[in-house]
Ligand binder design. Sequence first.
Ligand SMILES: [Zn+2]
Length: 135
Amino acid sequence: MSVGNAEGQNDLQHSEVRRSRRDRKCEACWATIGRGHLYVREVTVFWGDIGVTNRCGRCEAIVRHLVEVLPQGTAIDPNLMCGHDYEDEEAIGRSPPPEIAALAFVTPAEATTLLVADYEKQRQARARKIWRHVP
Ligand SMILES: [Zn+2]
């Protein structure tokens, strides 16, 4: 699990679901994100330093879960490499729920399906933005 404290929060954070044009590695679990698969690109700015992290759907689901269960303002390592164990985290103190534990067995092809709804939502929002500017 990857947590920090509120003092380690980013100055800016933006994430977007993208479709990969080439094979790349998830920077949290190092699984291959295949060409055509969806992934999350997260850009952060922390004390002026820019960081870019690419995550597969599985790791993104874990990050989103951590955002839900940890106290608001808890910083989460974008690479999920803080070295903490889920059960040992004081704010959680129990085993992960079955749907999160099951993510360990998700294949890369299944991981991309976890992001389809967000990808479609982004595409529709972009289309609405474009159409607003058409006279
Ligand atoms: Zn991953």
